[in-house]
Design a protein around this ligand. Structure first.
Ligand code: GDP
Length: 606
């Protein structure tokens, strides 16, 4: 009776819940999508499934048909289920509107053979951040050793058919994964044992290859959303719509692919979209969806609609969309609305991101494909363990102007003349320009890979600077001449010394403060137990050779210009202190730094 007029009105007015798939790479997100889309199910079962822009629509009838073996009280109140086609973080972070998540529910895919992986945890954090409900698909059960397949069977039935060994292995792996989730602060439980849905997250074991558990997953998604999200899913006239992608399409110019979450869009509606250069006010020229009959689908042909009701994935054509930003909300200007107000609201998403830019004006430039992914990247860069300041942001491919912008940092801080490009293309011209100017561009489609690359670059730069500075750096030391260890009195001076304080390094200029600061040359070599070394530390007794850097120094002689009781110290300068501070901060202990201070006073350096 679900579709008859006897259905209460409130129930008829629910929209389809929107679902997206997340999880670590290779857990089977794409396969799972293919599997529920029917690529794997028998002919006929795929009935009614329609391809939309960026999403696939599953009508309730199809879900009912595929879940009938579960004999659940399958009263489906929602018209269907809308699953976003691009799995992963990016599509999820895109789906935002008015600050909250746009996905009603997510499927977090975990490989039963691997358990929780880095991106599983990254996904969990995103879901938490957006307050999004989710279920866990424990995928690849067919990979348990000895698994007997029953295509598309409900999971309880499928598990019953397995040998004791398989069941044991299943239980063992399940327990491990439940423990791993617990370590992340989440309670989880097999969905059919879960009595506290909402507090305990449900696990559905699945195989995207043989289809076990897929009926369970579909039913759980629909039942869970229609049970707990009635308010959110109630059809409303207020348009809630998000831009998924901005694309140039032959014959249509720049178009936007959107997900209409709620409300109705009409051809001719005046809309406002968030743009890189401010709000874009335009009107809908065409509302397009793919042609439903695949065999008739010629590339580039779309169905035109006068109006479309949520929830749906739609392509919109309109004028002036070139600078539209993916991942932002689209607004419709109603007859009573003030365009100026809406323009301001539209730009709010952008403003919150702009506020993340470092006030000092020093930092790297970051660039991402959508506002959502940019936000996720900025969020990550801000965390204390990472802490990379940002001076500029941009959305879309890296162009020459972005390289120019980043090059401003060359003067201020070379390492920040860098573009961190997250999941965007870099045009060949901008790559060339970057090389010419010395701007670094790092590209990755996983956030933490960007960080790794940048960190390696910074470390490398530091090493290079150290090498450059090595000629001018002076480490602090105080040396005491050992009696009976005067091996050569002059040119070169060779002495046995006790390192009283600090670090003696080859290259250090040595001076005798007690004798009116006479310079006697630089340490040319150090021997410790007859072995040449580069450095010697406090407490060590070593032989050093001091070579004068000029003829005056070369004249200096033990016994005439200095005596056994005179201490030898490093001749530091303002510049050498600055180089130490800039490049060798971690190489010196607190005690060494105190010695620097002492020598600074001794040499009366300001
Ligand atoms: P994604 O990176 O998460 O989208 O993963 P894919 O869907 O591309 O799957 C990664 C690999 O795992 C592919 O080789 C799939 O064929 C395989 N795979 C996915 N799901 C299953 C499953 O349920 N069982 C088995 N045996 N293999 C699977």
């Amino acid at each position: 009776t679900q579709n008859s007029d006897a259905t209460p009105k409130a129930e008829k007015d629910l929209r389809s819940p929107i679902c997206c798939i997340m999880g670590h790479v290779d857990t089977g997100k794409t396969k799972l999508l293919d599997c529920i889309r029917g690529t794997n199910v028998q002919e006929g079962e795929a009935g009614g499934i329609t391809q939309q822009i960026g999403a696939t629509y599953f009508p309730a009838a199809n879900i009912r048909d595929r879940t009938k073996e579960l004999k659940a009280d399958a009263t489906l109140k929602v018209p269907g289920l809308l699953v976003i086609d691009t799995p992963g973080h990016e599509s999820f972070t895109n789906l935002r509107s008015r600050g909250s998540g746009l996905c009603d529910i997510a499927i977090l895919v975990v490989d039963i053979m691997h358990g929780l992986e880095p991106q599983t945890i990254e996904s969990l954090n995103l879901l938490k951040m957006r307050n999004t409900e989710f279920i866990i698909a424990l995928n690849k059960v067919d990979r348990l050793y000895g698994w007997k397949s029953t295509r598309n069977a409900p999971i309880v039935k499928a598990l019953k058919q397995q040998s004791k060994d398989v069941q044991n292995e299943f239980n063992m792996r399940l327990t491990q994964i439940v423990t791993q989730f617990k370590e992340q602060g989440l309670n989880t439980e097999l969905y059919y044992k879960n009595r506290e849905m909402g507090e305990t997250y449900s696990i559905v074991p699945t195989s995207a290859i043989t289809g076990e558990g897929i009926p369970d997953m579909l039913l759980l998604l629909v039942q869970w959303t229609q049970k707990t999200m009635v308010e959110k899913l109630t059809f409303s006239n207020e348009v809630q719509c998000t831009v998924l992608e901005v694309k140039v399409i032959e014959g249509h110019g720049t178009t936007i692919d959107v997900v209409l979450v709620n409300g109705v869009l009409h051809e001719g509606d005046q809309i406002v979209v968030c743009g890189m250069q401010g709000p874009i006010v335009t009107s809908i020229r065409a509302l397009l969806t793919p042609h439903p009959m695949k065999e008739l689908r010629v590339k580039g042909t779309y169905l035109h609609h006068k109006e479309i009701k949520a929830a749906q994935g739609i392509k919109i054509t309109a004028q002036g969309l070139e600078h539209a930003i993916a991942g932002t909300a689209l607004y419709v200007v109603g007859p009573d609305d003030d365009v100026e107000d809406i323009k301001e609201t539209t730009m709010e998403d952008m403003k919150s991101v702009m506020s993340r830019i470092d006030k000092s004006g020093e930092g790297v430039c970051v660039q991402a494909s959508t506002l959502g992914s940019l936000e996720a990247l900025l969020e990550f860069l801000k965390t204390p363990e990472v802490n990379i300041p940002v001076s500029g942001i941009s959305i879309g491919p890296v162009h020459k102007k972005d390289v120019m912008k980043a090059s401003v940092m060359l003067e201020k801080k070379k390492e920040y003349a860098t573009i961190l490009a997250f999941d965007v293309k870099v045009t060949p011209e901008s790559r060339e320009l970057a090389e010419e100017l010395g701007v670094k561009i790092f590209i990755a489609d996983i956030i933490y890979h960007l960080f790794d690359q940048f960190k390696a670059y910074i470390d490398n730069l530091k090493e290079e600077k150290k090498k450059e500075a090595a000629d001018e750096v002076v480490f602090p030391c105080v040396l005491k001449i050992l009696p009976n260890c005067i091996f050569n009195k002059k040119d070169p001076i060779v002495l046995g010394v006790d390192i009283l304080e600090g670090i003696a390094k080859v290259g250090t200029p040595i001076c005798i403060p007690q004798k009116e600061f006479i310079d006697i040359g630089r340490i040319a070599s150090i021997e410790n137990n007859h072995k040449p070394v580069d450095t010697a530390k406090k407490g060590q007794k070593v032989a050093i050779k001091i070579v004068g850097s000029n003829s005056e120094e070369q004249q200096k002689m033990f016994g005439r210009h200095f005596e056994i009781e005179d201490e030898l110290v490093s001749h530091i300068s303002r510049k050498s202190i600055d180089i130490l501070k800039a490049n060798y901060r971690e190489d010196l202990s607190n005690e060494d730094w105190r010695l620097v201070l002492k020598l600074r006073n001794l040499f009366r350096i300001q």
